[in-house]
Design a protein around this ligand. Structure first.
Ligand SMILES: Cc1ncc(COP(=O)(O)O)c(C=O)c1O
Length: 427
């Protein structure tokens, strides 16, 4: 129990800043940020958990290398890219800082950060089933998971998930590649092309009236008593969280290779688009394990769907939705269109987040166009939000321009041409 933790109330009115309620772009510095050591000491997870997740990724490397193009070393990871000098100057002026892109928009297999959690959780389930069936023996190469004996086992099981689209795709690609039946629950107004590509994979898509949160709740209920199925719970899954957390080890290696110091004198600001919070939360947790207080996670949310900001600012230890704050959760950033943050994530990393920046949709389209024209980066609106946030954050805190900034571009490479052209046209 951390005695320095601010008191959490379980009842009362949520305290949410007026500009946030009015859907105005906001830079919210987290008053609950505390020192990494005390937050990590109070956490249910540890560095050993992240290392175990990384070890599982490595066990499955031979399988991933065999199944998917672009993963020759069996890693689902993206490059760390410097931004073009012009763009860096536009953002930082003459300050000596640097801007880098963690290019998950081009992540192998799915072109989205959600693969880090979704693929990981399917692999974890497959491993558990294989072990229970006696299929694992010492020294076995996990390439065997693609063999008939394993596929026959998996074909008798279903993997289900509720998703805004990209988690469903990640679970769908991995699940179908191993022979699982896959069922993806989505809100009726989720992107049609994301549903279509799932159907093309052979996944069953179940549409729900209402928002993403209702789709997740319906799927959770439908699968709660199914012994032959596994529900990937975007709001509450430890495996997802740890799959994302392992990304921190990839970034740590790349920062070292690029000669970038991260320590008290060289803070690292990381801009993370946030939907339900799993991906940015897991990455934040992993980076804090590795870099302590030197890492400054900045979560990025649409002005209409700032669920993590609302949750943390509310000061309440119960779920608080953006609807309660008078917001409508309508945004072109479909991956971030989430009304209620994961409580697992809010409780685990709420004390580690440096700031939450909310951005209007117009910023997303403008940055999407700038990044395509200036750097050839193909992003979906959700993924362009990190750059929108960086420029607003620097305007609010010019003194941090001399630091290192990593913008996590979380998705986009698989956007269909017509969708991308339409997004560019909205700039
Ligand atoms: C492109 C993109 N970026 C970021 C996120 C946010 O991830 P999370 O919902 O785990 O916060 C999502 C979620 O689907 C996404 O699709």
């Amino acid at each position: 129990m951390d005695v320095n933790a601010p008191p959490r109330r379980i009842s009362g009115e949520p305290t949410i800043p007026a500009p946030v309620r009015r859907a105005e772009p906001t830079v919210w510095r987290n008053p609950q940020r505390r020192d990494a050591v005390s937050v990590l000491a109070a956490s249910a997870f540890s560095e050993a958990d992240m290392r175990r997740a990384e070890a599982r990724w490595r066990r499955f490397a031979p399988l991933l290398a065999q199944l998917f193009d672009g993963t020759e070393d069996g890693r689902i990871d993206s490059p760390l890219l410097p931004v073009a000098p012009d763009l860096g100057r536009t953002l930082l002026g003459d300050a000596p800082g640097a801007v880098w892109v963690k290019a998950d928009h081009d992540l192998p297999v799915t072109g989205c950060i959600k693969a880090r959690g979704g693929v990981y959780e399917v692999l974890a389930y497959a491993e558990t089933l294989a072990e229970a069936a006696g299929l694992l023996r010492p020294g076995l190469s996990y390439a065997a998971f693609a063999s008939d004996a394993f596929r026959d086992l998996f074909a008798r099981h279903t993997v289900a998930v509720g998703s805004t689209g990209n988690l469903g795709f990640s679970v769908g690609v991995m699940g179908r590649a191993l022979g699982f039946a896959v069922e993806v629950h989505m809100s009726h107004d989720a992107k049609a092309w994301k549903k279509q590509r799932l159907r093309e994979l052979g996944a069953r898509v179940v549409e729900h009236p209402g928002d993403y949160g209702l789709a997740v709740a319906a799927a959770r209920e439908a699968f709660q008593d199914r012994a032959d199925a596994h529900f990937v719970d975007d709001e509450d899954s430890v495996d997802l969280f740890l799959g994302y957390a392992a990304a921190a080890l990839d970034l740590q290696r790349q920062l070292a290779e690029a000669g970038i110091a991260v320590d008290a004198a060289h803070p690292l600001y990381v801009y993370l688009p946030c939907g339900v919070g799993g991906a940015p939360g897991g990455v934040t947790f992993g980076l804090t394990l590795l870099f302590g207080d030197a890492v400054r996670p900045v979560f990025v949310e649409p002005v209409a769907a700032p669920c993590m900001l609302v949750q943390l600012a509310s000061g309440l230890d119960r779920s608080v939705s953006v609807y309660e704050a008078g917001l409508d959760n309508r945004t072109a950033a479909d991956g971030l269109a989430v009304a209620s943050a994961s409580l697992l994530v809010a409780r685990t990393v709420g004390g580690l987040i440096d700031a939450v920046v909310t951005v209007p949709d117009a910023d997303l389209f403008r940055w999407l166009k700038v990044l395509w024209a200036g750097a050839g980066m193909r992003l979906e609106p959700s993924a362009a939000s990190g750059f929108a946030a960086l420029s607003r954050f620097l305007a609010d805190a010019p003194d941090v321009a001399s630091a290192t900034h990593v913008v996590w571009t979380t998705g986009g490479a698989h956007l269909p041409e017509a969708e991308f052209a339409a997004a560019l046209a909205r700039a």
